[in-house]
Design a protein around this ligand. Structure first.
Ligand code: DC
Length: 222
């Protein structure tokens, strides 16, 4: 196991395998693991519960800033709490998934959540693997290792639909819709400056993890 205690940024589009990879890598390294998508999803659930109109950006920001949200970063026990209650299942449901890009597209909401994400990163004293869309470029531009995970669109849809049991064509359409919406605020199809691109289309999870360990080992040796 590598003696790595830094920050690893893992970015990539929907269905590129970020979550599984981030969790496994963090577990192997004894590091924490932050799913920044969960912060946007939990904020979106707070907005949906408040009943605020999605066009009312100022009130949305207030709802997000005053929501009681907490994020667990132990890789095998990650959780998202809203008002003290675990919302992991709900934030990955259809309603939040359909709405999250509208909330994450508000610049002031992003600024607030990025501050929260940076606080979590700063508090991680055993290293942290952070996954998202803008980690290497915006949230942690000084990360010790930046990885851009990608896979072709058909493979990404196949993985997502086998995870959630949804129809393949509907999943493919949803991924395209979300990547297009997210591209207005982040660059899901571009690697951050200095990021190593790992195309996972023809790799299984073990092979991706092996490739990332090699990258980490090289950073430790450098
Ligand atoms: O990774 P995910 O599907 O759980 O992310 C949910 C949404 O949050 C995604 O549609 C875009 C947004 N997001 C973002 O804008 N920036 C991030 N760093 C992570 C997620």
């Amino acid at each position: 196991m590598s003696a790595f205690r830094g920050v690893i940024a893992i970015d990539g589009p929907s269905g590129s395998g970020k979550s599984s990879v981030a969790r496994r890598l963090a577990t192997d390294l004894g590091a924490a693991c932050l799913d920044t998508g969960a912060t946007y999803r939990t904020a979106t659930l707070a907005v949906l519960r408040s009943g605020v109109h999605l066009g009312d950006k100022q009130t949305i920001l207030k709802v997000v800033e005053t929501a009681t949200m907490e994020f667990g970063t132990v890789p095998d026990d990650r959780y998202s709490l809203l008002d003290g209650v675990n919302v992991d299942a709900e934030i990955r449901g259809d309603e939040v998934t359909a709405t999250v890009s509208a909330v994450s597209g508000i610049p002031e909401v992003r600024q607030y959540l990025i501050r929260r994400q940076r606080d979590i990163i700063a508090a991680a004293d055993h290293g942290i693997v952070v996954e998202g869309r803008d980690i290497g470029e915006v949230v942690a531009p000084d990360a010790d290792l930046k990885v851009y995970l990608t896979a072709d669109a058909t493979e990404r849809a196949r993985r997502r639909s086998s995870q959630n049991g949804a129809d393949l064509a509907a999943t493919a359409a949803d991924i395209t819709r979300r990547d297009t919406a997210d591209a207005k605020t982040t660059r899901p199809h571009d690697a951050a400056p200095g990021a190593v691109i790992v195309d996972t289309t023809h790799l299984d999870l073990d092979q991706v993890i092996t490739a990332l360990h090699e990258l980490v080992d090289r950073r430790v040796a450098a």
